[in-house]
Every structure is written in C-alpha cells, then in structure tokens.
Design a protein around this ligand. Structure first.
Ligand code: ATP
Length: 355
C-alpha cells in the first residue's frame, strides 16, 4: 500500500506541528522519520494512521483520499515505544486479541486463530512464551510481542513509533537487524519514527529528516548522509566539526592557517562556514604549512575506530576519528603535538561578507 501526503498542515493552537508536509511512501518501503524531539514525527504518524485530524492538505492511501477512513479502515498496525500489552492476558491472548474481537461473520475459527498466533510467535522467534504474561517478559520480548499483535490483523501498513526506544543498546541492535530481515521478507509498507540517526541509517530504505514540523530532506541513507541539503541535516546525521573560514580556490583559511581542500572550487574568495566529519581529517607527525598545529587532548582507542580530541594552536577544538592501523603507525599520545590537514569536507555554505 502506497501512501501520499500532500501539503499537510496540523496546528495545536497557534503552533504548527506539521507545516506543509508533502511525502510519498512507496508500496513496500521501509521509511524512517528522523528528527529531534518535538519536530513532528509522532504527529505525522498519527495523521497517517487516522488518529489525528489535520487542518489542511490531503492524505492518500493507494491514491485514494483517506479523509473519511477511520484508523481501523486504513488497515494500519501500530507499535509504540511503551506499547501496553494487556497485563491480564497471556502473550497468546494478546496476539489473538485483534482476531477475537472481529465481528462473528469475519472472525476466523478458534483453530485458525490458534494457528495464526503460533505462526506469529514463530515469526518473532518467541514460541515458548505463549503462556506467559507481559510482566514476565523482557523489554525486547515485549516489543516483539507487540509487533506480532500488530501483525495479527494483516495490516497493509505498519507504523512504529520509537519501537525500540526504551531498550538497552544491545537489544536495540538485535531488534533493528531483525526488523530489517522481517521487512525484507514481507515487504509491508512501514513507517518508523526514531530520533536515533544510527538506527535510521542502518535500517531504513529511505530517511525523512524532520525539523520544526517540516521535512528538511528525504532520501536514501547514503544520500542524506553524503549529500545533506543543509547544515541541520548534516549535523543531525552524525558528528561534525564546524569552522568559520574564508574559502579560496582549493583552500580554506581558518584563522592563521591555510588548509588545502582537495577539489574545492569557488567563484571568488568569500567567507563561509565549513563542516568537516571526524574521518575527513588527516593526522600526521610531519610538519606541514597547510595543516593545523594541534595538541592531543584525549585518545580513545576502545572500539572499531579511534576517537581523538585535539586543540589547535589558535584554540579550536577538533574531534577526529582515525583507524586502528593509523594509530599504530602514528603512536600518538596525550599532550603530543600533531599536524592536522583536510582530506575532504562534508559541506560548506557561504555567509554574507560584511567586510
Ligand atoms: P518526540 O521525539 O519527542 O516524540 P516528535 O517529533 O514525535 O517528538 P510530536 O510528538 O509530533 O514530536 O510533537 C510535535 C510538536 O507538537 C511538539 O512541540 C509538541 O509539544 C506538540 N504537540 C503534540 N501533540 C500536542 C497536543 N495534543 N497539544 C498541543 N501540542 C502538541
């Protein structure tokens, strides 16, 4: 089921929670809504679900206006961060609930419901928990049961609002991978809300970055990460170092230092803001005029990459990431002097020249 939003506005009083949002979700797509707290992600999800009205615009399901369709008629299944499973029901009964409450005419037989629930438990790999109660489950197991419950009524669309938000890092990672595999197998159109950029980059087919009720950018994880349309998207999708500078052909002048920027082409020298990802620096012990002279403040080699905090001669603080191999060769330690040049930059924007 494809979904389309056309110029949707949603206000709470004077506050615009959704401000001219247009978005197409393709049939079978796994889309992440990513953005800071209060950017409108949940509101957008609720509008798609038919749980909230909106003030202007259109929401289309498979090309048809969904305005008059209630949540149930839209065929959506939900999982929320704190999805309260029914405490007094077993896991089995929780999953069966949506089927048991169907009108007699459409309700499957008891045997069919049993078979369906067991099939879903197998799918979420928790068959052995059928007779447990929600309070006897771990957080990760509860979320998977919530997903099984949402799937029981064969939704055409799955809406997941921070489904793994309250879980610890390891369980989150496992469930992320599981969700990706699940989606690859069943291709249910899925929109999931997260404020965790790593989660969005890892799981989604496409990411929609939201800010203040508006869509800043929509694209594949690769696209939004490597070709951000603005500094907000850039900094929301990972660590970045920011400098005021003057850009010249192939060069960035930052304070007293002139750094070479490979491939940089400018119309005329002008003041700019420069954004550099931590892995876009080259750290060396060999003197170079086209490099920051800096002191190592902190080296953290624990992990797949090495994290380094540096302070330049002119007091700029830089966060750099290098590989373990590079660290082996450099053998740098705290308080040592190094030279830091640019391999590349992520993004730059010109600022008005007041001089
Ligand atoms: P979070 O990541 O914190 O869940 P979000 O991006 O999902 O945030 P929303 O829940 O969509 O954000 O809220 C968007 C804005 O709308 C927020 O500023 C919020 O305070 C406001 N808002 C949401 N629901 C209501 C409401 N019922 N009444 C008034 N304001 C609301």
């Amino acid at each position: 089921m494809g979904i389309e939003l056309k110029n949707v506005y949603k206000k709470f009083g004077d506050f615009k929670a959704l401000d001219d949002v247009s978005l197409k979700v393709d049939d079978g797509e796994l889309l992440a809504l990513l953005g800071p707290s209060g950017s409108g992600k949940t509101t957008l999800l609720r509008v798609v679900a038919g749980l909230d009205f909106f003030d202007e615009g259109q929401v289309l399901f498979s090309g048809r206006d969904a305005q008059n369709q209630k949540a149930r008629e839209r065929g959506v299944g939900f999982v929320f961060q704190h999805y309260a499973l029914f405490r007094h029901m077993t896991v089995f009964d929780n999953i069966a609930f949506g089927l048991n409450v169907q009108p007699r005419k459409t309700r499957p037989s008891r045997q069919e419901i049993r078979a369906k629930v067991m099939e879903l438990l197998k799918l979420v790999q928790l068959e052995w928990l059928a007779e447990r109660y929600p309070w006897q489950l771990s957080g990760g197991q509860r979320q998977r049961i919530a997903l099984a419950r949402a799937l029981a009524v064969r939704p055409k669309v799955l809406l997941l609002d921070e489904p793994f938000g309250s879980l610890d890092a390891q369980v989150r990672k496992e469930l992320r991978a599981w969700l990706r595999r699940f989606h690859d197998e069943f291709h249910i159109t899925t929109i999931f809300v997260t404020h965790d950029q790593e989660e969005a980059l890892e799981v989604a087919d496409r990411i929609v970055v939201m800010n203040k009720g508006r869509i800043e950018q929509a694209g594949t994880p690769e696209d939004v990460y490597h070709n951000p349309v603005n500094a907000f998207v850039l900094s929301f999708l990972g660590n970045v170092n920011f400098f005021h500078c003057r850009l010249e052909e192939g060069k960035a002048v930052i304070g007293n230092t002139t750094l070479e920027v490979p491939g940089l082409s400018v119309d005329k020298p002008q003041p700019a803001k420069l954004y550099v990802r931590p892995n876009q620096f080259k750290v060396s012990r060999v003197f170079s005029k086209a490099a920051f002279k800096a002191v190592v403040e902190y080296v953290n080699p624990a992990g797949t990459i090495v994290k380094i905090n540096l302070k330049t001669e002119s007091g700029e603080r830089i966060y750099v990431e290098i590989t373990q191999e590079e660290l082996k060769q450099l053998k740098i330690r705290k308080q040592e002097k190094v030279y830091v040049s640019l391999k590349d930059v992520s993004y730059s924007e010109y600022v008005k020249d007041n001089s």
